[in-house]
Design a binder for this molecule. Structure first.
Ligand code: BMX
Ligand code: ZN
Length: 317
């Protein structure tokens, strides 16, 4: 039995055919190419599903269930993207439009919720009842799993952990608030912090790593600089990991889940990222009673979202 998942992002649209063991057997990708009309993006979503099925050597009609992980506020019952500012979607009846184009029923969830569900079923969130997953990417996404079910509040808009404030009147966030966790702990924020440190220290090794241009700075630049012994790079990483850790400690104080899984691009740093977070959290959380919460990096990498999306039927069918 195969299922199909789409991970809709601001940069890429990825579709994957997934087997009953949550293994991705075929994948296809197109550029989101935003800004452009929603209708065109949805056309490409249908196209990329077909491409993934062709790659798997199956017909889309043979797929048991299809799902989408989309950024923004999603109503999974009506299949509507209520708002996704990075895609220009407002009250878009996405599952209905995809049904018209593919003939298939689609389930939909917020991208970080889908990724959390993927990790819970098949990644580092396996084997527990409660798990909170965060993604450190363009933004900071959050997905909360309680008793094996996604929890997104009374109206599905909950779980936006990136938009909890960690610094009152701090950095401007894209959501309109100031000082959100996302404005400090996303990959976008890390890149901004790295560039600021480079501007301050023209002798930093990070300039060499970025081949002399701020345009080449990415989420790895500071980590690579630190590994090569650069002091400014180490300061960037230390401060950034502390920002991530503050949010993780907040999550543990609220939920005390069995696991917190950290995904998104920055989680490729694995232990370099999570070891200092564990230490910080140990000193900051309110109480440890019983087995302490495990803090892990996500195992499924960039596939978590589409694997979770492909399995959404388990929650909604
Ligand atoms: C933002 C928000 C979340 C999303 C998160 C991670 C939008 C469009 N996005 O906080 O809904 O889950 O980013 O998104 O409102 P990513 O783009 O980093 O994967
Ligand atoms: Zn915000």
């Amino acid at each position: 039995m195969y299922t199909l998942g789409i991970d809709l992002g601001g940069t890429n649209i990825v579709a994957g055919v997934v087997d009953e063991n949550h293994k991705v057997i075929a994948k296809a990708k197109v550029k989101t190419d935003f800004p452009r009309p929603a209708e065109e993006i949805v056309d490409d979503m249908a196209k990329v599903c077909k491409m993934a099925c062709d790659e798997a050597g199956i017909d889309i009609k043979d797929v048991y269930a299809c799902g989408i992980g989309s950024p923004g506020a999603i109503n999974p019952v009506d299949g509507v993207v209520v708002t996704a500012n990075n895609l220009g979607f407002k009250n878009l009846a996405l599952t209905k439009m995809l049904k018209e184009k593919t003939g298939m029923d689609f389930y939909i969830e917020n991208d970080a919720n889908a990724a959390a569900y993927g990790e819970f079923l098949a990644g580092s969130g396996r084997g527990v009842n409660s798990c909170v997953a965060v993604t450190l990417g363009t933004g900071v996404g959050g997905g909360i799993i309680i008793d094996g079910k996604l929890f997104s509040g009374s109206n599905y808009a909950g779980g936006e952990l990136g938009h909890t404030v960690i610094n009152v009147d701090g950095e401007q966030c894209t959501c309109g608030r100031k000082g959100c966790w996302e404005a400090y702990a996303s990959a976008t924020a890390l890149i901004r912090q790295t560039k600021a440190a480079m501007e301050k220290n023209k002798d930093s090794l990070m300039w060499k790593i970025a081949e002399g241009s701020l345009d080449n700075v990415n989420g790895r630049t500071a980590f690579d600089g630190m590994r090569q012994g650069d002091e400014s790079a180490k300061n960037v990483v230390d401060t950034y990991t502390k920002y991530v850790a503050v949010g993780v400690a907040n999550i543990i104080n609220v939920f005390q889940p069995e696991k917190v899984c950290i995904g998104g691009g920055i989680s490729n740093e694995k232990e370099t990222l999570v070891a200092p977070i564990r230490e910080y959290v140990n000193n900051e959380i309110y109480a440890v009673m019983g087995k302490p919460c495990e803090i892990l990096t996500a195992e499924l990498g960039n596939d978590a979202g589409l694997i979770g999306a492909a399995a959404l039927y388990k929650l909604y069918k």
